[in-house]
Design a protein around this ligand. Structure first.
Ligand code: NAP
Length: 456
């Protein structure tokens, strides 16, 4: 895949970048390794200062960075600005909390003393997706730089200007060369990088296919890996839910980022007695939205990230309808230039159909009607994915009981799956392993080193 900015609003190429040569990659890894040998010994307050500066620069440059996101992957401009806000908040969060998170952890012993010290391990390579070009990077860069690791990022090929902008911000914030490095390389170079002794840990956010390939390379080389992969999150509405709120949240949960979030509310599972009303209200909300340029603040429906993404989604929907499902609204590409897809609601989906099993990465809601909460739980868990989920009910104890039976890494009650710096983020099953954000996110690529002092 060429490393290039292609505006998905009109599918026109804006700027192309050369991939790094083997020797440039080698020099960059050397610089990172050299930087690590200094950075790991810096006091945590100094590392926190760098993160605070990055947070501040992100805020100062919010408007221009948001425009880049919108240009490269088509996000509505207001949402692009929100993405810069949360990315900045993540850097600030680790700047404020790293010292506390990295305190020695004492262990009770019969005599003497024992504690664990969180020590950095070296150069960490992150492979990141285009859907949140700044936020995804913040999730891995902030905690690792705080702990004393250094970061190399192979970003998605369609967001090179965002990738470069993040490295530039680190430079401007005063980071020595090698603390944060952008790598313009193809996905197939990751196997070779995993073999490099100077790289100590690997992380990937993206598809199952790319995740499996990275995990294989990490496994072969006995390196720790973290995977944040796809999802097909259930959004369960019980019969006592505040229905207007549930519909509003379902709309936000499904349509945010034009449906291209790993934790989007992809499967609406609604109890029979409220199903018709929910479907009717959601259909109304998803109809008649203003289609246009994502850079225009009044636009409600922008393009997907690329022509290929729109093509793939349309194929999944058309195959599902051909197999007997119904498209209550939408179902096709929008008849205009650019990577546009109609907002779509699918009903009558059965096992064996593509929408039942696959992740639909776009503005397509799968609607299921179930007779009771046991059936809702069974359907929610009948998925190879296990990322997030949501349960709506006025009875919190009942909602919690359902939430505890959902086989995912995160379940939210009375709000769609969301993310904030202080909450752990990650999945189970084929959605990956490991956690980002919160105090858990800083513990993934560390040596939890035991020091035992004899009392004898
Ligand atoms: P993707 O194709 O897997 O791309 C993600 C990253 O992996 C890109 O940098 C890509 O580089 C790279 N890559 C592709 N093939 C690779 C390989 N064989 N080895 C190593 N790296 C490889 O994913 P996508 O389709 O762009 O992103 C959407 C997916 O990410 C969805 O499934 C979504 O649910 C998931 N996601 C998960 C989370 C989470 O936190 N769990 C968050 C966001 C997105 P190129 O661009 O150069 O191909």
């Amino acid at each position: 895949m060429a490393i290039a900015t292609i505006n998905p609003f009109n599918n026109k190429e804006v700027k192309k970048f050369d991939v790094f040569s083997e020797s440039t990659i080698d020099e960059k890894v050397s610089s990172a390794d050299k930087a690590y040998n200094v950075w790991r010994d810096k006091p945590v307050e100094e590392r926190a200062k760098l993160l605070a500066k990055v947070a501040q620069l992100l805020q100062e440059k919010k408007k221009e960075l948001a425009k880049l996101i919108t240009l490269e992957m088509g996000k509505l401009i207001g949402e692009s600005e929100d993405e810069i806000d949360i990315s900045s908040a993540i850097f600030k969060y680790y700047s404020d909390n790293a010292e506390k998170f990295l305190e020695d952890k004492p262990f009770e012993v019969k005599e003497g003393k024992a504690y664990v010290r969180y020590s950095p391990i070296g150069v960490i390579l992150g492979v990141e997706p285009w859907n949140y070009p700044f936020y995804q990077v913040a999730r891995i860069a902030a905690p690792n730089i705080a702990v004393g690791n250094v970061i190399m990022i192979k970003h998605a090929s369609n967001v090179p200007q965002c990738a470069q902008a993040i490295e530039d911000i680190f430079k401007e914030a005063g980071a020595e060369e090698g603390i944060y490095t952008n790598l313009f390389v193809a996905g197939d170079k990751i196997g070779k990088l995993a073999e490099d002794e100077r790289i100590k840990g690997l992380s990937l956010t993206g598809s199952e296919k790319a995740g499996a390939s990275l995990a294989e390379a990490a496994g072969k080389n006995l390196k720790k890996s973290v995977l944040e992969l796809g999802g097909s999150d259930p959004f369960i509405v019980l019969d006592d839910a505040d229905l207007d709120n549930a519909v509003a949240q379902a709309f936000d949960g499904r349509m945010k980022n034009m449906g291209q979030s790993c934790t989007a509310a992809k499967r609406m599972i609604v109890l029979e007695s409220v199903a018709d009303e929910f479907l009717e209200k959601l259909t109304k909300k998803m109809s008649g939205l203003k289609v246009g340029n994502p850079a225009d603040e009044s636009t409600e429906i922008g393009p997907l990230s690329s022509e290929d993404a729109a093509k793939q989604l349309a194929e999944q929907v058309e195959d599902t309808v051909r197999a007997g499902a119904k498209a209550v609204i939408g179902g096709k590409r929008l008849d205009r230039e650019g990577a546009f897809m109609e907002p779509t609601i699918l009903t009558d989906i059965k096992p064996g159909m593509r929408a039942y099993h696959e992740e639909l990465f776009g503005p397509v809601a799968s609607f299921y009607r179930v007779k009771d909460e046991n059936e809702a739980i069974k359907l929610a868990n009948d998925s190879t994915f296990g990322l997030g989920g949501a349960v709506f009910s006025k009875d919190i104890a009942r909602a919690e009981k359902v939430a505890l039976q959902i086989e995912t890494g995160m379940v939210f009650i009375n709000e769609p799956t969301n993310s904030s710096p202080e909450l752990p983020f990650g999945g189970t099953k084929r959605s990956g392993y490991g956690r980002e954000l919160s105090s858990l996110g800083i513990e993934e690529f560390v040596n939890k080193k035991l020091i035992r002092i004899s009392g004898k």
